[in-house]
Design a protein around this ligand. Structure first.
Ligand code: HEC
Ligand code: HEC
Ligand code: HEC
Ligand code: HEC
Length: 463
């Protein structure tokens, strides 16, 4: 049986349509008013801002208009914010891991490498490090001082890079601060470093078109990345990103550029020092994959009185779990801390294995060379060692000790162990043809002083 009277809809069609339209309109107005308010907040900020010079580097000048951000930035001078992992470690990496002096023999890092401190310390720390010598180029200042953009504009980029480090010392006095990340007229985030713009452009990306969320990472990628100084005289700061961001891609970029950082005085291998590929490594991690930026964890939103501001103290996130992580993860503080420490401890374990194997590989090739193996015979094993150490160094010198991208860090260390294993196997065969079958003794490398004393004669002979 069919129903003879057609069912009347609860509401007539025209009414449903009108209601839907009104709802859509209402939501639109709400959304645009939120957006409007954001835009207004920005305009008000700029309108009431004390005018700044085009390239005003001094954070004191900025602090008049933005006391909250300035005070927070200043407060990072307070050492109370040490990262979790630090509690088991010493600040001097060479004291804690003396083998590093052997791996970097012949390069300034064998003299000193310390845990990073907050941005307010950047100038005093770079001036104080024993890595600086008469060969240090001016390009170093690009990542240490907010006077760098000012001096680059004033002198011209080529002239800025072509000087030596000493040349800018009296003028590069402001540490990393406001001008590094903000446009002094509009307060918008900006990329102030030409090297990053150039690297993005070579990849076909337009830095001007980056979204706000991308910029919240790119401002950090101005410095927390891998780089080299291109050209013996030009010393142009360059990011080797043309082939990609992995260690495999860097190998290719450096091979194409014909760039080598130094020759290892023990093994004779051509070495490439990784700097701090924080941005690159983190791109393979779960957070970057989910579109989360550096600032989301390192500069979380906080409320101060009635204002919602971005935390400019940039304390290590493990000292700031509530603001940095709980906004997204409903985990307890203990669980969060554990989720940081677990990948860090796993990374450390495999990284230490790689360090032992790499030291042995340098000594074994050195032994073969001393007993008559020719450069041609050693070409292949030296090349394997170059690549093995580059991979290890990519993880070892990236910050966060594995947390930013745990699986990728372990994959890369696995690659390092594999390449170093191949290197040692081939070297063993070469030594055997020379009648040298006994293992090469590993010296006592239990302290920084002993490791540095061990490499000294090799460094002097190579000079
Ligand atoms: C390392 C980069 C960096 C440095 C250095 C930096 N800022 Fe910021 N700043 C940011 C980021 C990221 C945001 C968030 C922008 C957004 O999401 O719209 C921000 C936001 C702001 C805002 C907008 C309000 C807020 O808190 O969200 C002001 C104002 C500001 N910064 C002022 C300053 C001042 C003043 C200094 C120097 C003492 C400074 N910043 C140094 C990265 C930086
Ligand atoms: C102009 C270069 C530059 C920019 C831009 C920059 N950094 Fe740094 N950062 C450094 C240097 C150099 C150090 C080490 C300073 C020292 O040890 O004296 C450092 C140190 C740090 C530390 C260690 C601080 C501590 O107390 O342990 C963190 C975390 C950090 N940066 C995060 C960031 C984040 C996040 C951004 C982007 C929002 C950023 N940095 C932007 C150069 C920069
Ligand atoms: C999911 C959160 C998260 C994101 C996103 C993130 N970090 Fe980190 N970062 C951490 C944690 C956790 C540590 C370990 C230090 C600690 O215990 O707090 C760390 C450590 C660091 C350190 C070393 C601090 C020190 O004193 O040892 C630097 C520098 C750093 N991160 C820079 C970056 C940069 C640059 C980006 C973006 C490319 C980024 N981080 C993205 C959470 C994050
Ligand atoms: C803006 C949001 C956001 C913030 C802030 C954030 N996370 Fe995450 N986190 C995520 C997302 C999204 C994922 C990816 C989840 C997935 O893939 O299933 C993730 C994944 C993780 C994972 C790996 C996946 C798992 O379940 O084991 C860990 C560990 C983690 N976060 C820890 C932290 C810690 C520690 C902090 C603070 C330093 C933090 N996160 C900050 C959103 C965030």
């Amino acid at each position: 049986m069919t129903d003879p009277t057609p069912r009347r809809p609860l509401l007539p069609g025209w009414l449903v349509l009108t209601l839907a339209l009104l709802l859509a309109l209402g939501l639109g107005i709400l959304a645009s008013s939120i957006n409007q308010r954001r835009v207004e907040a920005r305009l008000v900020r700029v309108q009431f801002m004390q005018p700044l010079e085009a390239e005003e580097a001094s954070p004191e000048r900025w602090s008049r208009s933005f006391p909250r951000q300035s005070l927070a930035w200043q407060s990072s001078r307070d050492p109370a914010g040490a990262p979790a992992f630090l509690y088991e470690q010493v600040r001097d990496f060479l004291v804690e891991r003396p083998r590093l002096a052997v791996l970097w023999a012949g390069f300034p890092f064998a003299r000193a490498w310390k845990w990073p401190r907050s941005h307010v310390h950047s100038v005093e720390d770079v001036v104080g490090t024993p890595r600086i010598d008469e060969e240090t180029p001016a390009a170093c200042w690009a990542c240490k001082s907010s006077d760098a953009p000012r001096l680059m504009t004033r002198d011209g980029l080529e002239a800025f890079y072509a000087q030596d480090f000493e040349h800018h010392k009296s003028e590069a006095t402001n540490p990393i601060a406001c001008l590094d990340c903000h446009d002094p007229q509009t307060m918008e985030l900006r990329i102030s470093r030409p090297a990053l713009k150039e690297a993005l452009q070579r990849q076909g990306r337009d830095p001007e078109k980056a979204s706000l969320q991308e910029k919240r990472s790119l401002v950090c990628a101005q410095c927390h990345v891998e780089y080299y100084f291109k050209g013996k005289k030009e010393n142009r700061l360059t990011h080797p990103w043309d082939e990609g961001l992995t260690p495999e891609a860097f190998e290719e970029s450096y091979a194409r550029a014909g760039h080598v950082d130094w020759i290892h005085p023990i093994s004779g291998a051509r070495m490439l020092k990784m700097q701090h590929p924080d941005y690159e490594l983190s791109q393979k991690g779960p957070h970057a994959r989910a579109g989360i930026s550096c600032a989301d964890c390192h500069m979380p939103y906080i409320t101060e009185g009635s204002a919602r501001v971005t935390d400019h103290s940039m304390r290590p996130p493990s000292r700031n779990l509530l603001a940095a992580c709980q906004v997204c993860h409903l985990w307890s503080e203990a669980e969060l801390l554990d989720s940081i420490l677990q990948p860090q401890l796993a990374t450390r374990q495999v990284r230490e294995q790689a360090e032992k194997v790499l030291v042995a590989a340098h000594l074994e090739i050195g032994d073969a060379a001393r007993h008559g193996a020719t450069d041609a015979e050693l070409e292949e094993v030296r090349d394997l060692l170059t690549r093995a150490q580059l991979s290890w160094d990519y993880v070892a010198s990236a910050n966060s000790h594995g947390f930013h991208a745990p699986e990728e860090a372990l994959r890369i260390l696995g690659r390092s162990l594999d390449l170093a294993g191949q290197c040692r196997e081939r070297t063993r065969e070469i030594r055997a043809t020379m009648g040298r079958r006994e293992p090469v003794p590993i010296p006592d490398l239990s302290t920084k002083a002993k490791a540095q004393a061990f490499i000294k004669p090799y460094e002097e002979a190579a000079r």
